[in-house]
Design a protein around this ligand. Structure first.
Ligand SMILES: NC(=O)c1ccc[n+]([C@@H]2O[C@H](COP(=O)([O-])OP(=O)(O)OC[C@H]3O[C@@H](n4cnc5c(N)ncnc54)[C@H](O)[C@@H]3O)[C@@H](O)[C@H]2O)c1
Length: 353
């Protein structure tokens, strides 16, 4: 790709998640020119400039704005920072990428989305599952005519004990924080496959109630505006430690697919290809998982979607539409989180929108 087609990026935030997962993707994305990095902490920003090849580093955002010509900003830190720094970048005419969640509430996330829209700019949100190899494959299968509409989904997402995220400004305890800080990925995922949610009915089993971290499980039914239905089992019971597991199933019209832990996919098609090898017309399954060495290299190659979400941002700046979540998607995922919380407290179904 020629130099003039690269976008000049300022990366704000050199914290633990971004340094471990996002910065290492930058050199794999030909559309990105990492011009500058910025963090309040000098040791972190110097380290990331050195390790990831940024030309210059700053500890003052305004100094970066005044000294650099940028095409976009990547902002990764706590949600409060996404809103505050995100708006300051938008004020300078820069489209933004912010990590998930874009805010700690639907209201805050919507405000950021509308702020960008009023300025004629866009923002994307780091829902990387949309860009992971398996979910991309699953999405293209569900878009095939033979699959039909996604009529039903099933999701199971589990990790270990979850914190209350008071440092984010959340006050309702770990079971609520889990919806906003973690399961929000899943709420974006179900919208990615089925569109807008109409109604939520959630039950919560809070095993430990008043602690700085907790264990609990949600059983949730969901219905979508297009008639699709689904169930979600989201829990923080799978400890000790932070071992995650994830399962997604989408049923179409007499066919279905499943994705396990973001790295394996089975498609149970109702068409029966290769009849010469299958004269009795038995069910056939298309299965995919990464080849072993590819799996070992999966972080570098963006199997989890971290590369894809950043590349999507750069491509959007270049005017190329992709599959990424925008700031309004970021808000709608939080709206689902809030509906689940409300339903779990009232023990009644909650309509959305
Ligand atoms: N997508 C995923 O899989 C995933 C996984 C874990 C965490 N996350 C998300 O990542 C985010 C946390 O990222 P992190 O661990 O890199 O954050 P962090 O809190 O470790 O680092 C944020 C950095 O931003 C800097 N900063 C704060 N305000 C600033 C300002 N005004 N100007 C310049 N720098 C400023 C801080 O000094 C800090 O070093 C959370 O939003 C979390 O939800 C996403």
């Amino acid at each position: 790709m020629s130099e003039e087609k690269r976008v000049r990026i300022g990366f704000v935030g050199c914290g633990s998640f971004s340094t471990g997962n996002l910065y290492p993707m930058i050199h794999l994305i030909p559309e990105i020119d990492l011009v500058a990095v910025c963090d309040l902490k000098e040791e972190l920003v110097k380290r990331n400039a050195r390790n990831f090849g940024a030309r210059r580093w700053y500890t003052d955002l305004d100094k970066m704005f005044s000294e650099e010509e940028l095409d976009g900003a990547i902002v990764v830190g706590l949600p409060k920072m996404h809103c505050e720094v995100g708006k300051r970048c938008l004020d300078k005419g820069l489209p933004i990428y912010v990590e998930k969640p874009s805010a700690i509430s639907y209201k805050g996330a919507l405000e950021l989305a509308e702020y960008a829209e009023e300025k004629g700019l866009f923002g994307t949100v780091g829902f990387m599952k949309r860009h992971s190899t398996c979910y991309r494959m699953a999405k293209s299968i569900t878009e095939k005519k033979e699959f039909g509409k996604v009529n039903e989904i099933e999701v199971r997402f589990a990790n270990g004990r979850y914190p209350d995220l008071k440092s984010w400004g959340l006050t309702e305890g770990p079971a609520n924080a889990f919806l906003i800080g973690q399961a929000v990925h899943i709420f974006d995922l179900i919208r990615f496959f089925c569109g807008e949610v109409e109604e939520i009915y959630a039950r919560l089993n809070e095993v430990e109630k008043i602690n700085s971290s907790g264990i609990f499980g949600y059983a949730i039914t969901v219905s979508f505006k297009n008639g699709a239905v689904g169930i979600m089992n989201l829990n923080a019971l799978q400890g000790p430690g932070f071992q995650m597991s994830e399962y997604f199933l989408a049923a179409g019209s007499e066919c279905w697919l499943e994705v396990k832990d973001m790295v394996s996919l089975n498609y149970y098609a109702h068409t029966k290809p290769m009849p010469e090898f299958n004269p009795e017309g038995r069910a056939q399954v298309f299965s995919w998982k990464p080849e072993f060495t590819e799996f070992l290299a999966s972080k570098a190659e963006g199997m989890m979607g971290y590369k894809g979400e950043l590349q999507n941002f750069a491509r959007k700046i270049l005017g190329k539409e992709e599959l990424g979540a925008n700031l309004f998607d970021g808000a709608k995922a939080l709206q689902i989180a809030e509906a689940i919380w409300e339903s779990s407290q009232s023990e009644k179904p909650v309509k959305i929108g």
